[in-house]
Design a protein around this ligand. Sequence first.
Ligand code: XMP
Length: 328
Amino acid sequence: MDSNVRPADMARITTPELAQAFIDEQVVALKEQIGDGKVLLALSGGVDSSVCAALLIRAIGQNLVCVHVNHGLLRKGEPEQVVKVFRDELGANLIYVDAVDRFLDKLEGVDEPETKRKIIGAEFIRVFEEEARKVADDVSFLGQGTIYPDILESEAGIKAHHNVGGLPDDLQFELVEPVKLLYKDEVRVVGKQLGLPDSMVYRQPFPGPGLGVRCLGAITRDRLEALREADAIVREEIGAAGLGDKIWQYFAIVPDFRVTGIVDNQRAYDWMCIIRAVNSIDAITAEVPELDWPLLKKMTSRIMTEVPGICRVAYDLSPKPTATIECE
Ligand code: XMP
């Protein structure tokens, strides 16, 4: 697939059979494009890069070099899941980079949201570039989980179309983008057919800067850990209530101020957790779902008893607009 234009007669991939036909076709095309060459891929654990990686593993096996950068801002269990699924189950050639201290040191004391985003983005490219340089003599292709909306948005001037982007000019790779003509729902059907776990295939949208924009203000390690634990509880309870695939995005936020509470019969001065859930089609506007009171109470009670440092929980009722989905 050389073209960036989806053919008008291309059938929408809605069934396992259509997904299998796409996979078979892609494996042949990828083998032809790559030959005995090697491909480097930044594997975030999101559905697009995961499906791209799984397809490439089918086509070229060990000649795919996946790099997973743990920047410390991933959700609970995510880096472990990437290693388990790709290295242990699919036998991928996976480089796991523990860059947690590097990112958190760079972010120390930085409270302005856009500056935080820029630091996280720039540092990500730097870490990936370092890994790319280590294998550059050996690798001539760069895999990317670009999908069709990325191309459409890029052409419409809404956002630049690159997933890794920003690699220096002296690192020249030919792009390999096996899912670039697929819509998100099709990527999911293909991912399912490739045997990826539902938690990866149906993963809710997650911002590139990760928990960094939900640990509001200047990130501290202890507040970030509290956020990670609270977020895991929100995801677990929404999943247990059967709402996991019915709500567009649901997560926790921990602002950088303290509130008074009573913990173990003593006055506490701890953080507050905000539960955020929104439904949206395109993230341009969003509505807040009317979650059942018992579900809200259960999440509240679990967060307050299981997460050290949090003594109050709120549910954010703000639609977009006037609010945005994220708080930063
Ligand atoms: P907002 O907060 O602008 O979010 O209403 C709209 C959607 O975009 C996601 N989001 C981001 N995604 N990098 C990303 O990759 C970012 O910096 C970023 N900020 C917001 C957000 O999660 C929501 O789905």
